[in-house]
Design a protein around this ligand. Structure first.
Ligand SMILES: NC(=O)c1ccc[n+]([C@@H]2O[C@H](COP(=O)([O-])OP(=O)(O)OC[C@H]3O[C@@H](n4cnc5c(N)ncnc54)[C@H](OP(=O)(O)O)[C@@H]3O)[C@@H](O)[C@H]2O)c1
Length: 363
């Protein structure tokens, strides 16, 4: 009887160990927040590892990044699109660890990839539609790759798909030292257009100048309208890439030339306009287009990612383009990363390292 009891206890222990092994295999670390609010609410929690659905691949994340949308979501000001995980993170770089059902064999386990995500990147694993995954150029490590999907694909969309930039045109880029701005400057130069930028400090403007911006204006000190008109011989710019909105609207209507295109993709300066906006829109035949990327259809995002992969990735491979990184934090320091971004201190991207290895230590 005693022997039987001992056997029962041993068997129970074995079952518990097996169950723990299985369940820990299905768990992962991910950025979580207790309730909407400040960066102090962020923590690393244990959650279930995603299972790749039809047409999806699972990525073992080595590096990811933060974006303004994450800070807004954390504050409860950015509703997660329907059907999307509420884990933060719009981009990630790592290795394919599993192929979901119905994939078209484009990827295999172990491939080095980066992905444009609707969410879920700030975690050890993320599931992504296979069409939103891109190969990492051989010249880049994981943190550099994690700096690309969201801001570079956005900038590519703003300039080409929406702004229809043409060689010889002039583009004014607000937030020139931001993640999107540093990408947009390089894409502009490559398109044969002239980038002018605004930013809020001399240090940031030094970086934008080095990236190829031909006019670099401090919107806190300079008369931006006068400077832009001087830089364009009084003609004004063809395109404004505007992530500021309300506080910059007068500048924008004054610097845009005839038939100018005003692309609104962020509202860091608020959404209110209060003045005779439409008179100049009419007189200059301006067009105003608002755009968001996260909420676009799968099909739209996949096409954009394919276009970007074809036209822009080779230029990372030959080092014409370079992702601009401000800081690398371990994933656990997610709160500090959000603070840095909300204090407007970053030039380029803030990266989170999920694993210490960069995957290319020699770079
Ligand atoms: N619509 C889309 O699909 C889409 C996609 C991605 C990003 N976005 C938007 O694009 C913008 C840039 O994103 P990001 O991740 O590249 O940003 P980021 O790296 O955090 O940089 C944003 C920079 O903008 C400047 N800024 C902040 N508030 C400002 C204001 N009121 N007036 C003028 N400049 C201001 C700050 O630099 P200074 O020191 O120069 O002031 C700040 O560092 C955000 O608004 C984001 O939401 C939109």
């Amino acid at each position: 009887m005693k022997v039987n009891l001992n056997l029962a206890v041993v068997s129970l222990c074995c079952v518990i160990v097996v169950v723990m092994r299985v369940s820990s295999k299905n768990m992962m670390r991910a950025v979580q927040f207790r309730e909407p609010g400040g960066p102090e609410n962020l923590y690393i929690g244990e959650v279930e590892r995603p299972v790749p659905g039809k047409g999806e691949v699972l990525i073992k994340v080595k590096a990811t990044a933060i974006n303004r949308a994450d800070t807004l979501q954390r504050k409860g000001l950015y509703p997660v699109p329907a059907g999307v995980t509420d884990i933060l993170g719009l981009e990630a770089a790592g290795e394919i660890s599993e192929i979901g059902p119905g994939c078209n064999q484009r990827w295999k386990v172990g491939d080095r990839v980066m992905a444009l995500l609707a969410g879920g990147g700030n975690a050890e694993y993320v599931s992504s539609p296979e069409g939103q995954v891109m190969p990492i150029p051989s010249t880049l490590d994981f943190p550099q790759a994690a700096a690309i999907p969201e801001v570079w694909v956005t900038a590519f969309q703003l300039l080409h798909a929406i702004g229809k930039v043409m060689a010889g045109e002039t583009v004014l880029i607000h937030g020139g030292a931001s993640g999107v701005g540093t990408a947009a400057i390089q894409l502009c130069v490559q398109a044969g257009a002239r980038p002018l930028v605004t930013a809020g400090s001399a240090v940031k403007l030094e970086t934008t100048r080095n990236l190829g911006a031909v006019g670099n204006f401090n919107y806190k000190e300079d008369d931006v309208v006068a400077e832009v008109m001087r830089a364009t011989n009084g003609k004004g710019v063809n395109i404004v890439l505007d992530c500021v909105g309300g506080s910059m609207y007068e500048t924008n209507i004054n610097v845009l030339g005839m038939d100018g295109r005003w692309v609104v993709y962020g509202l860091m300066g608020g959404g209110n306009v209060n003045g005779d906006l439409l008179r100049k829109v009419l007189a200059k035949r301006l067009s105003i287009t608002g755009t968001t990327l996260r909420s676009r259809s799968l099909q739209y995002k996949e096409q954009l990612v394919q276009d970007f992969s074809r036209l822009a990735l080779p230029l990372f491979e030959n080092r014409t383009f370079r992702p601009v990184i401000h800081t690398l934090f371990p994933l656990a320091e997610i709160g500090r990363a959000h603070e840095l971004m909300e204090d407007n201190l970053n030039t380029g991207k803030i990266i989170l390292q999920v694993e210490e290895s960069t995957g290319k230590e020699e770079l």
